[in-house]
Design a protein around this ligand. Structure first.
Ligand code: HPA
Ligand code: ZN
Length: 340
């Protein structure tokens, strides 16, 4: 039976996957203050409200400065557990049933926090999310591209004892001036270990960085990828190969990758045949979790029911789970759609 629920109700309740989510970017000011307090770390903001009021950015770097400052209060395994668990509670509210989570070990190891504390805390929350909330997940370890190749290799080595907890590697942080080619060798070594590869590309950087990420890093998904729309030949290749894009609309607005949500290219991407997905990136900093990303974009660019269903199905299809798990999840979506 087709009940024709409203678009907002459809978005709110349809089972979803999230594929582009930085765990450090889910650090809500309330939890940040609480953890800073228990770790005896002072932060240069008077209150939760003052911190939240500082979340206004002109570009990626301005955001990254606050994001790294926020992460500075994370010291112990328990801190990483609490951060990750808080995200899963939000994920549950947003009807996310599968999430592939980025973490940035170098953000912590460069401050003297052990790799073990970071990954053990996150991992325990992943296990609890499956057991207590029924949310499956995978972990993707990102290298900070403004750090050296040597540091990336060191991080890959630190991850070896935890190889089975990590599905793949990614590349994030300041894009311009740090092209994918800088990490060609470390990505090659990671692929030899059987790790899947993704990379942020074409967020602030040019289409050429997207091409490099595909050709030199052999990525299976492009994080952001907006700028591939500038290059027809590249666009054609990405469409032909159906390489998924993990698009983050509220992030794009807050970091001025798009100036107005009405100009967001999501609908154009679908029209051009790109396998786009919707994600929240750093929801604590960008003003909304996945449902807000869908709702805001749908209103601004005029997405319809079929667009939402396509975007949601793309996320499961583009995820790093087995074909069996994919078809299980996709039938859950079909079942929901048939009854809504
Ligand atoms: N881009 C680059 N690096 C990041 C981002 C992003 O959107 N979020 C967290 N690190
Ligand atoms: Zn990102």
């Amino acid at each position: 039976m087709h009940k024709n629920i409203s678009l907002t109700d459809l978005i709110t309740n349809i089972p979803k996957a999230e594929l582009h989510l930085h765990i450090e970017g889910t650090f809500e000011p309330e939890l940040l203050f609480a953890i800073a307090h228990r770790n005896n770390i002072s932060i240069p903001f008077e209150s939760v409200d003052a911190l939240r009021a500082a979340y206004s950015f002109n570009n990626l770097q301005e955001f990254l400065n606050l994001y790294y400052q926020g992460a500075d209060v994370l010291l112990h395994e328990q801190d990483f557990y609490d951060l990750t668990w808080a995200y899963f509670l939000k994920a549950k509210e947003n009807k996310i049933i599968h999430s592939e989570i980025f973490f940035d070990p170098q953000t912590h190891t460069k401050r003297g926090v052990s790799f073990d504390a970071v990954i053990n805390g996150i991992r325990k929350a992943l296990v609890d999310a499956q057991d207590k909330l029924g949310i499956s997940s995978r972990l993707i370890m990102c290298f900070l591209r403004d750090m050296s190749e040597e540091s990336a290799f060191e991080t890959l080595n630190q991850a070896l004892p935890y190889r089975d907890w990590i599905i793949g590697i990614g590349l994030d942080s300041a894009e311009v001036g740090n092209p994918p080619s800088k990490f060609e060798r470390v990505f090659a070594e990671a692929r030899e270990l059987g790790l899947l590869t993704v990379a942020h590309a074409g967020e602030e950087g040019p289409a050429e960085y997207v091409r490099e990420a595909l050709n030199l890093l052999n990525i299976t998904r492009i994080d952001h990828g907006n700028r591939c729309l500038d290059d027809d030949e590249l666009l054609k290749e990405i469409v032909a190969k159906q390489i998924p894009l993990t698009v983050c609309p509220l992030s794009n607005l807050k970091l001025r990758v798009v100036m107005d949500m009405k100009d967001h290219p999501l609908k154009t991407m679908l029209k051009k045949g790109l396998m786009a997905t919707v994600n929240s990136d750093d929801p604590a900093y960008f003003g909304g979790y996945i449902n807000d990303n869908f709702i805001t974009t749908a209103e601004a660019v005029g997405l319809e029911r079929e667009h939402i269903i396509t975007l949601v199905k793309n996320s499961f299809a583009a995820s790093f789970i087995s074909e069996e798990e994919k078809s299980k999840y996709l039938s859950l979506v079909d079942e929901f759609v048939a009854n809504s």
